[in-house]
Design a protein around this ligand. Structure first.
Ligand SMILES: C[S@@+](CC[C@H](N)C(=O)[O-])C[C@H]1O[C@@H](n2cnc3c(N)ncnc32)[C@H](O)[C@@H]1O
Length: 236
């Protein structure tokens, strides 16, 4: 079942997959690579591990996992937007890591996997977009083996007030204008992105959500002056 938010988010993302990787790099001043590297190093997939990447989009994080899993390991990327998944598939094939990843069209809140079948699971730059963050973590935790990580990387609100003023101007002012220079769809997507970041949960609130889903040692790590937070916990 698709609720109104899921339908809205899908309609936004269905029109932007081709330019997504380039614009994310551009607007984050290439920091996105660092953020993903942090997640991959934190999880450090080993051996025959299977990694689940929820709301995988164009598969940027899935690709980074695919490069580090061993020959027997693999990655599953889940998303509710078909055009994002199609772009992910051909991009990863072009980068020669396509055979390491399976793509599944599904909602984060209702993952079509058995219990305890992934070594770790991630969700990147997408917790704000899902309809139900708590249910998403519940599903990720369910599908993850005991001892595995559930990790979220997402935009947050920087703590430094001065920086925040400058950053909010960039997000709410310049961002949508740049977006409209690319296309109408990008204008809409970036204006949604700015608004959603202003409403984003803090890293601590996300850590609390993880703890409520039974994950232990949940911590929040701010990256790039707190523009994003990596928040993770382990399944008991
Ligand atoms: C900003 S993109 C992030 C993509 C990627 N994870 C990254 O780090 O670049 C957000 C993605 O979340 C997906 N998404 C949003 N809500 C979802 C949900 N409830 N279930 C699955 N995917 C969802 C969208 O389709 C979109 O591809």
């Amino acid at each position: 079942m698709f609720d109104a938010k899921a339908r809205y988010v899908r309609s936004l993302f269905s029109k932007v997959p081709l330019e997504y990787d380039i614009l994310l790099g551009l607007f984050s001043f290439a920091q996105d690579k660092r953020w993903r590297a942090y997640v991959v190093n934190r999880i450090r997939p080993v051996g025959r591990e299977r990694i689940l990447d929820v709301a995988t989009g164009t598969g940027l994080l899935a690709a980074d996992f695919a490069r580090v899993v061993s020959r027997d390991g693999f990655v599953v990327g889940v998303d509710l937007t078909l055009s994002m998944l199609k772009t992910a598939r051909w991009r990863l094939e072009a980068r020669n890591v396509g055979d390491k990843v399976d793509w599944v069209l599904a909602r984060a809140e209702n993952l079509p996997f058995r219990n305890d079948c992934f070594g770790s699971s991630s969700i990147s730059l997408a917790l704000r977009n899902v309809s139900n963050a708590q249910l998403t973590f519940r599903e990720m935790a369910r599908a993850t083996v005991p001892g595995g990580f559930v990790i979220s990387l997402d935009f947050a609100r920087p703590r430094n007030r001065l920086f925040r003023l400058f950053y909010y101007d960039y997000l709410l002012g310049l961002f949508p204008v740049f977006g409209r220079m690319v296309s109408e769809a990008w204008g809409r997507t970036l204006s949604y992105l700015g608004r959603s970041i202003l409403r984003a949960r803090t890293g601590e609130q996300i850590a609390t959500l993880l703890s409520e889903e039974g994950l232990v040692d949940a911590v929040s790590v701010p990256l790039t002056a707190g523009i994003v937070c990596a928040v993770y916990g382990r399944k008991r």
